[in-house]
Design a protein around this ligand. Structure first.
Ligand code: SF4
Length: 756
């Protein structure tokens, strides 16, 4: 058994009393998301949480990590000195497997290339009580849906498509590694109480339309930013016609509209999926509190009274959609797409059609696509474009092999790839085109930003349901509409495809994956986690130094950043991702995207010691070698973007002491505090202009650092003149303790040593 039934029982036992308390507090019925959030809040205060405003501490039930992000999260966890994770947690090897030839060969290559990382993740998981899913076992979100998601639960995951678990009624949220570390260490996790968007599904899915089309249509309505800061909650009769895995697809792609997460109410489809995946006992428990696992009945009758925004989608009339290129919110109805292709001069020939991924690789998805493949074989059709199938898990792969779907898909020309992310995340070694060749592909994945799949910015990537992708593979053209158009078969005859059909769940049950999962040791105390000193991908973390108890005096200005300085500008992605487990190596990307306010250039700053200009990481390393802590000054909303702990760790590692800006993106501000840095803001934004290139900066008042109390910045200019200004901070008492300890982890470590 890989799930923890006692934990689920404990969570469910809290629903009746806590939801009743929240109902009284709010004086009105509750939505489903509100119920789950109030149940998981560490404390329900005397006044209700204000949506979009109040920061609330939660205790999630689970943590899930994918291999790329797990490396730094687990390195940090190790340095906390805690013997075992405080909540059930799992690590999944899926992102680092490159797709090139086919499942077996690609998996063998990945095992060789990433051996060191996999061995590290396996041993650290074993030691600290984390379930380990090996390469080839499946993609994190599919494996979580099959094994761990449960209605009414709350989970955080170090991947942006964690909300996939909303298909099983869970509030599941993508976070950065530092958040995962906190929760695994037993701390609470903070989130701004989200706004709520209600999506009323009417009618019933049918014909060529599938669950994917619900979210493709919604992306067109809300755009890539429309869900920001909100939970998308689906309700209405229409939800009942969508399979559990179809609901997962819809929730998965809520990430594409920026939603915090998405969620469906508990229903018979979820119960059926739980039973089919060997979790009948969870279905029983959920049935026992079924009323708590959906919005109160009054909500559905007058939704606009309770949600911040309500959108209606009629499944009876919903058309299949094709979204793209280059953005998932460019939504086209199938009937209008051929015209759009011609009018916009998109490359009409379809080069590659790809089905599967964490988004769309359920038994139902593959069965419906294989049904089309069966028709194709009977009607003498083969795929005209390249055609790949990425199963989401070994459970699905083995089952669709047994039940014959894979055979049919291969017979029309399909190539089965490893149960991994592969072409969805740029891990695709494409040999059919050169970089720069203009071409079209269509996938049943979720993201289609330029160069995401194959690193080629000239690849026009479109997103659609697996059924539409399969039909277009048979046509080899983007302009084919399977609802209305005919295809010419190998005998020169005109043939038409019938509507796709498929089973939601395998009639003979799912096959089990006996080899993909390793349970952690019950006592990991004797297990050694080995990290080679010579490794360029992994580096053990040494604790950051404690605060020396003094003010910061005459620190050189490293960089005055101008304009946008997101976590991407601070710690770039792309080729740097392979160093995610090696803080020193990845620090060579620190601030290389930020614009220097004095010369308007990226990665070119003055070294105050030499007077010459150099790259930012080099100058920082030079100061660090001389024992000089440095300071960065920034503009508005500094640190916006994904919650990447590297963007806070790198400055700390290379000797940064403080970041002083006009304003912070809150998550990054907290991340800086966690790493022992001082995030400070100008009391008067115009003081930003007082900072000059050769300034030396002193921060006075740290000895008396207290919540709400300003500190003083003394700015010494090159001409010996000086300015004195006040700076604000948002440290509370416990965060001040992080600063004094050198980092939040140092504090946890010191407490855990006391406790051991
Ligand atoms: S398949 Fe794609 S979207 Fe899904 S987890 Fe992997 S990279 Fe992310």
């Amino acid at each position: 058994m890989t799930f923890d039934l006692d934990l689920i029982k404990k969570t469910y036992s809290q629903f009746p009393a806590k939801t009743e308390k929240a109902r009284k507090l709010l004086g009105r019925p509750l939505t489903l998301a509100e119920k789950i959030l109030y149940v998981h809040a560490t404390d329900i205060p005397s006044s209700a949480f204000v949506r979009g405003k109040d920061y609330v501490d939660f205790h999630p039930d689970r943590v899930a990590m994918q291999d790329a992000t797990a490396q730094m999260a687990l390195l940090q966890f190790m340095s906390a000195g805690i013997p075992k994770v405080a909540v059930p947690s799992t690590a999944h090897c899926d992102h680092l497997i490159q797709a090139e030839i086919g499942a077996d060969k690609d998996l063998a290559t990945a095992n060789e290339k990433n051996k060191e990382v996999y061995e590290f993740l396996a041993s650290v998981s074993n030691k600290y009580g984390i379930g380990f899913w090996k390469p080839g076992a499946g993609i994190i979100h599919q494996v979580v849906l099959e094994n761990y998601a449960f209605p009414g639960g709350m989970m955080i995951g170090t991947d942006s498509h964690t909300p996939n678990a909303g298909g099983l009624g869970m509030v599941a949220i993508g976070v950065g590694g530092a958040d995962a570390v906190d929760v695994m260490a037993g701390m609470s996790w903070e989130l701004k109480f989200p706004k709520l968007i209600g999506v009323h599904l009417k009618g019933k899915l049918g014909g060529w339309t599938s669950a994917k089309d619900v979210i493709l249509a919604l992306a067109g309505i809300l755009t890539v930013k429309g869900g920001t800061g909100a939970i998308v909650e689906y309700f209405g009769e229409g939800t009942k016609s969508i399979s559990c895995t179809g609901k997962g697809t819809i929730c998965n792609m809520g990430a594409e509209i920026g939603a915090t997460t998405s969620i469906f109410p508990y229903d018979e489809k979820m119960a059926g999926y739980l039973r089919a995946t060997d979790r009948a006992d969870i279905a029983e428990l959920a049935n026992g509190i079924a009323d708590c696992l959906q919005a109160d009945s009054e909500i559905v009758l007058d939704p606009s009274k309770y949600y911040d925004e309500v959108i209606e989608i009629d499944l009876d009339t919903l058309e299949p959609h094709i979204n793209g290129p280059f953005t998932p919110d460019k939504a086209w109805k199938l009937s209008e797409f051929a015209k759009a292709v011609k009018e916009n001069n998109y490359p009409e020939e379809l080069k590659v059609a790809l089905i599967g991924s964490c988004t769309n690789s359920s038994y139902e998805d593959i069965d419906r696509s294989a049904g089309l493949a069966s028709q194709a074989l009977l009607k003498n059709l083969k795929a005209k474009s390249q055609f790949t199938i990425t199963p989401g898990s070994e459970v699905v792969r083995a089952t669709i092999e047994r039940d014959g779907q894979l055979d049919k898909l291969e017979k029309i020309g399909g190539v089965v790839l490893a149960n991994a992310c592969g072409p969805c995340i740029g891990q695709w070694k494409r040999n059919d085109i050169k970089k720069g060749d203009r071409n079209s592909i269509i996938t049943s994945f979720n993201r289609n930003f330029a160069a995401r799949n194959d690193s080629n910015p000239e690849t026009y990537a479109f997103v659609a349901s697996p059924e539409i992708v399969t039909a277009l593979a048979l046509a080899g053209s983007l302009t084919f509409n399977p609802k209305t158009d005919y295809l010419e078969n190998e005998k020169g005859e005109k043939v038409k495809l019938d509507e796709p059909k498929g089973d939601e769940l395998p009639r003979a049950g799912f096959l089990k994956d006996e080899h993909g999962y390793t349970s952690p040791a019950s006592d990991g105390s004797k297990i050694q986690v080995n990290i080679s000193e010579a490794s360029d991908r992994l580096q053990a973390l040494a604790p950051f130094a404690k605060w020396d108890g003094k003010d910061i005096i005459d620190a050189p200005l490293l960089l005055k950043a101008k304009g946008k300085c997101t976590t991407d500008h601070i710690s770039m992605a792309g080729p740097w991702l392979k160093f995610r487990g090696h803080l020193d190596n990845i620090s060579n990307n620190m601030f290389i995207g930020a614009i220097n306010a004095f010369n308007e250039k990226a990665n070119s700053i003055k070294n105050q010691l030499t007077g010459g200009y150099d790259e930012v990481p080099n100058v920082a390393r030079n100061y660090k070698a001389q024992g000089l802590g440095w300071i960065v000054v920034g503009d508005e909303n500094y640190g916006e973007g994904s919650s990447r702990e590297h963007a806070a760790m790198e400055p700390r590692w290379l000797g940064g002491r403080a970041i002083i800006v006009k304003s912070f993106a809150r998550i990054h501000e907290t991340n800086l505090k966690k790493q022992g840095m001082l995030p400070l803001t100008f009391t008067n934004s115009a003081d930003y202009d007082k900072i000059q290139e050769d300034d030396k900066l002193s921060i006075i008042g740290l000895i008396d650092l207290a919540p709400g109390k300003q500190v003083k910045l003394v700015i010494k200019h090159k001409d010996s003149s000086q300015d004195e200004i006040q700076l604000n901070h948002t440290f509370n008492e416990s965060q001040i303790a992080w600063f004094k300890a050198g980092s939040a982890l140092n504090l946890i470590a010191s407490k855990s040593k006391v406790g051991v």
